[in-house]
Design a protein around this ligand. Sequence first.
Ligand SMILES: *Cc1c(COP(=O)(O)O)cnc(C)c1O
Length: 811
Amino acid sequence: MYTIKFICEVLKVTAFKSNDLSSKISELVYDSRKVNNPEESLFFALKATRDGHDFIPDAYEKGIRSFVISNSIPFLNDKTDVNVILISDVLEFMQTLVTYHRKQFNIPIIGITGSNGKSIVKAWIYQLLVPEKKVYQSPKSYNSQLGVALSLWNLGPQYDMAIIEAGISEPGEMEKLQQMIQPTIGIFTNIGVAHSQNFESKQEKLIEKIKLFKSVDALITGSDYLEKEMVNPEVRIVSWGKSDHDQVQLISEDRSGHTSKLKVRIGEVICICQVPFTDRASIENIMSCIGTMYYLGYDAETVVERIQGLKPLEMRLQLKKGINHSSIIDDSYSNDLASLKISLEFLNQQNQHSKKTLILSEMEGLAESEKLQQKLVSLLNSSQLQRFIWVGTDYDWLNNIDIETKTSFENTESLLSHFTELDFHNESILVKGARKFLFERVVQRLALRSHGTVLEINLNAISNNLMLYRSLIPKGVKLMAMVKAFSYGSGSFEVANLLQFSKVDYLTVAFADEGVELRNAGITLPIMVLSPDRDTFQTLLQHNLEPEIYSMSFLDEFIDFLKENDIQGFNIHLKLDTGMHRLGFFPAEIKTVIEKLKNQDQVHVQSFFTHLVASGDPNQDDFTLQQIKSYRSAAQELEEGLGYTFIKHVANTSAIVRWPEAHMDMVRLGIGLYGVDMDRNFSNLEQVSSLKTTVTQIKELPSGETVGYDRKGVLSKDSKIATVKIGYADGYSRRFGNSVGKMQINGQLVSTVGNICMDMCMLDITGQDVQVGDEVIVFPSLMESAQAIGTIPYELLVNISSRVKRVYYYE
Ligand SMILES: *Cc1c(COP(=O)(O)O)cnc(C)c1O
């Protein structure tokens, strides 16, 4: 552990302010929401989409006293109990510190990069080597400039090997990652099309990527991906591929059902390896793993035995509905301190139940490392857990864990046999276990099953999309997130929890009931209700939901209601109609509104807004401009009339992008948050939801037969037909019938045959290699699917029936 004094010496800087330079630092913190050991934390004020300097007061509040900053700020200048390092580039400082830390360990470090497969190869190599090696792997997909630094910081003396993932999105980045990681072994998984927008060509991207391997001893790569001349001649290349020049050769592959039999030559030995994968990507990833084991000196027999034990990995942390109203966070494929920290943060963010439980297995190196034990204890004690269930050896240090209820089991079997007594209900349960503890069995007992069709929701993508739109609005402009209609179909409190954690300023629902559901789930952000009605006044009051007020009579009634209940100063949001002609006051009515408002103290105008009808359509720009103008003058009139100011807002998603002058005091982000780019120019937007089902049955039918109701699906040739369990009751419109709808199976597009039924429909898979159980992606492109039936993505999303289970994940 380093002290501030030591860090200053090593990095050759003088502290700008010093209180106690002997403070020990064990944690690098860059997000004031993620603090678990403030006394030993060093806060880095990074400048990303948001300026880390703005969060220093919050970090201080949480107990952090040591800071690295690039602007001196008055808040710190006034404090006497802080250590401050002032330098020009905060991220670079962190990276230099980590580079120093890395150099303290003289162990093999595998640096892994490539367009796809990095995380899975990393996790597999970990599994393959774990029987005799203590391997550290970078957590999740922490592979960026910041992610790699944080990953390397966790290196400690308990490991005898490390695997670190490196990812780049722009030229110039790999050199910095190489300097930090200084890998001794390289793995290049493959080169694909991902992240190409910032590179001139595939070649340029390739050259950038292989900078990671500048000074490795050996590089494991597919021979098709690289030309030897591109790599430093001193590097030993261990290639895999189909040629007999490759050290590891894939001689043939025989695919049947869900397994492949691979005939491979490993060095001089030819062997057969049976694996539970058939897709190209998995086979390539397996070849990378075999190449690595071969280089590390494992004999062919061991390689085959271990490769055959590989299982498909759920790399993502998943949030599922559990038994007895519990929620399950399933992160059962790996276990180390860094990834435990991420999962605990997620548990905190998804603040679904006040009772929080952790089921944790023993982790690598814990028994021998007292320092690791201390870190674990301090992490757990600061994690607001009510219950801790330990699976592993009974250690003394377990006594230091200060959690209300503690239970411990020797192994997973014993935990499962005491399941009923543990009485799980109304709690959030994080299940976190090392691979060999097979905690998927625990998850099976806890999670409710989803049948066939699920809507997968990528919470990271929501978070990234939010950041992207935030980067478009100036600092100080508030952000209101639209969570109406079940968050555009993506779920209610799961999404709201994420948004609350991400500190958006407002949430908006359509009806009071939706707001009540959020309040019951513990959402405390202010909530605006777009279409309140008279029957729900009491509900608004009770749950502190702020109504949109759109007409004179409605304003009168609400004021009367508040009078009867003796309430003053209740927040309302006045809606102006500037052209939508849906709800709202006309500009000419503002005068009367002012008079009414001046004569009462029941309501307070919290905001005043209008809705743009065509902010995304360049052909309507004159009209949009007209709307903005008309809004501005009404807002001025209202402000002068009331004698106080309020939040002014007009911009929806498209206007955030296309109309900077409409950002005003707040923007209302809707569809863009959910990953749909209505403006078609936002290439970095991430897809949020994916509707998936599976093939239930396959039939071979002769030409002339018909498929489905009313004999609409006439087969003009011998055909293979797959039945999938999704129908119009799930939100798959009948308009998709008879070849209009396209779904995707194993990367191929297939069309519907015949009419869509209520709970099922049929697909023409003639000529395709499809098995019962294969995954089917229902909307390969939301935009194209919507256009096929003459609608917009909004409608497809919100129509996905609530009976379709939502599964949330976090990468
Ligand atoms: C739905 C809605 C929005 C969000 O619109 P998007 O196009 O989804 O961004 C904004 N304001 C109001 C009043 C809305 O009803």
